[in-house]
Write a protein that binds this ligand. Structure first.
Ligand SMILES: Nc1ncnc2c1ncn2[C@@H]1O[C@H](COP(=O)(O)OP(=O)(O)OP(=O)(O)O)[C@@H](O)[C@H]1O
Ligand SMILES: [Mg+2]
Length: 243
């Protein structure tokens, strides 16, 4: 069990414009991720999904727009400040530190918590992620792809976030492992009440667990609706979602 989120938070993004140097990627994106729900962010390669998460977490500086969490605008703040405000980003590509052990990777996430809370928080993580408890003293580089994905999610949870941003957590994993990861994400909403933004290429799987979703195309929102409505829209699926 992950401890319940103390004050669940709605993430509201308004008119976000961001890019890299002269390249404009996001062209005025607005999306609300309601507290305690999963919002799927879908769209083809290059649509701007990762850039959206980077603009939220502060690693790409927005040129315009607001990013509000419980009323406070975090747009333009530095990544450390955004993390302290309660937004944790699990980036694409399984960013574990391979030379460190599983336990040491988790300790990095725990640094954001008061020292007195860390031991109990770690015990809770090991209860939810039994596989990580078994492997706590192994170098993270020796883990399988699925185990590494569990570790990066667990490390993000160790920071006690209110909002979890996940960038393609199923990428490169075997189908059985993908369903384990998606079940875990569902549990974080249902049991811990986390607000989750889930970027996925695998639109069908993401919509199966999401409450709402948006579709990005060339940096703009082309659809925003309850997940079931997106999944039932044949034209949208054919044009943008590939299933
Ligand atoms: N560091 C960068 N510098 C310049 N352009 C970039 C940079 N990172 C991404 N881009 C460009 O921004 C656009 C959006 O990229 P982004 O990574 O946000 O897409 P994505 O939707 O996450 O795609 P994918 O599904 O392939 O992960 C692309 O055209 C990409 O080439
Ligand atoms: Mg991406």
């Amino acid at each position: 069990m992950v401890e319940p989120v103390r004050d669940s938070a709605t993430l509201v993004i308004e008119d976000l414009v961001a890019g890299y140097g002269a390249v404009q990627v996001l062209r005025g994106v607005s999306v609300t991720a309601p507290a305690g729900t999963i919002t799927a962010v879908l769209g083809a390669n290059g649509a701007g999904k990762t850039t959206l998460l980077r603009a939220i977490d502060g690693s790409v500086r927005p040129r315009r727009g607001r990013i509000r969490l419980s009323g406070a605008d975090v747009a333009g703040r530095r990544p450390e400040e955004v993390a302290r405000a309660g937004i944790a980003h699990v980036p694409e590509g399984q960013g574990v530190i391979t030379e460190l052990t599983v336990a040491e990777n988790l300790q990095l996430g725990l640094l954001l918590r008061p020292r007195a809370d860390r031991k109990a928080a770690l015990a809770e993580i090991y209860r939810r992620f039994a596989i990580l408890a078994d492997r706590r003293n192994r170098a993270a580089g020796t883990l399988s792809g699925g185990e590494r994905q569990m570790l990066v999610i667990a490390r993000a949870l160790a920071t006690a976030p209110r909002v979890l941003l996940l960038d393609e957590p199923s990428l490169g994993l075997a189908p059985k492992v993908v369903s384990n990861v998606l079940e875990l994400i569902k549990g974080l909403r249902d049991e811990a009440g986390l607000t989750i933004v889930l970027v996925e290429q695998n639109a069908r799987s993401a919509l199966a667990i999401a409450d709402t979703g948006i579709v990005l195309n060339l940096g703009a929102v082309v659809a925003s609706a309850p997940a079931a409505a997106l999944a039932a829209d044949d034209a949208l699926r054919r044009h943008y979602l590939g299933f």
